[in-house]
Write a protein that binds this ligand. Structure first.
Ligand code: CTP
Ligand code: CA
Length: 226
């Protein structure tokens, strides 16, 4: 087995995948999160492992079976995801940012359960760090792959995110399309690079799409022969 893994397209490469939706605490029993299931990220991690890579999956609020052969780190918040990604960064070859990161978190996190009082309550939120943008500024050899979930003007927003966050590839899905987006087993995406559209893929199972994304990524790593 090990011998065979040495000759695969991503043998000797380190791949980090973030998956799921971050959890931003309000108090010990309450939090803010989103509908991300983690399926897309898990599919990418499985594909990277199948292609021979050494894979670390940074998973936030996922309830999926552990993929065989992949190191899984469970975490909650955007801040924890950023720190975990940074800890892996220097020797990472490909980082895939499939997670749905909360854009904002509660300004104060109460260490006690908040008691009800008045008829209304206001929760003040502050902006989270943009993990992808921050990693994009710290790129040395890494191939950085971002995601974008949009409801309109897909290409415009996707290209804007790709440039702003200094990504090498960006996987964009229109979440209003049937079979695309959060929670589904399929996805419908366009893949872009700095020059524009790379591939417009048909509706695919997330597992198949994970493999397609990793094959494209492998083909763009220096020294990898497809
Ligand atoms: N992302 C991130 N850190 C954040 C927000 C987003 O790393 N704080 C990453 C996501 O993991 C994804 C990409 O940025 O790979 C795009 O996320 P998206 O929510 O579509 O973009 P935003 O820049 O947050 O813009 P908006 O939500 O306003 O569309
Ligand atoms: Ca966002």
């Amino acid at each position: 087995r090990q011998k065979q893994r040495d000759t695969l397209p991503l043998s000797g490469k380190k791949v980090v995948v973030t998956a799921g939706g971050t959890v931003e605490r309000i108090d010990p029993v309450r939090y803010i999160t989103n509908d991300s299931s983690g399926k897309m990220g898990f599919a990418i991690a499985k594909a990277a492992h199948a292609l021979g890579a050494d894979v670390t999956l940074l998973a936030a609020n996922t309830h999926l079976p552990m993929p065989a052969g992949v190191r899984v780190v469970h975490l909650e918040s955007a801040q924890e995801m950023y720190e975990a990604a940074l800890a892996e960064w220097s020797d990472t070859d490909i980082l895939v940012k499939a997670a749905a990161v909360a854009d904002y978190r509660p300004k104060e996190v109460s260490d006690r359960k908040i008691k009800k009082s008045g008829d209304t309550m206001t929760l003040e939120l502050v902006k989270n760090i943009d993990i992808l943008e921050s990693l994009g500024k710290q790129k040395t050899k890494q191939l950085l792959i971002g995601f974008a979930a949009e409801t309109n003007d897909l290409e415009k927003y996707a290209m804007d995110k790709l440039q702003r966050k200094n990504c090498d590839l960006l996987v964009a899905n229109d979440v209003t399309r049937e079979g695309a987006g959060f929670g589904t087993d399929t996805n419908l995406v366009n893949i872009y690079d700095k020059a524009g559209l790379v591939e417009s893929l048909p509706l695919l199972a997330k597992d198949e799409l994970g493999m397609r994304i990793m094959e494209i990524a492998a083909g763009r790593l220096p020294g990898v022969i497809q």
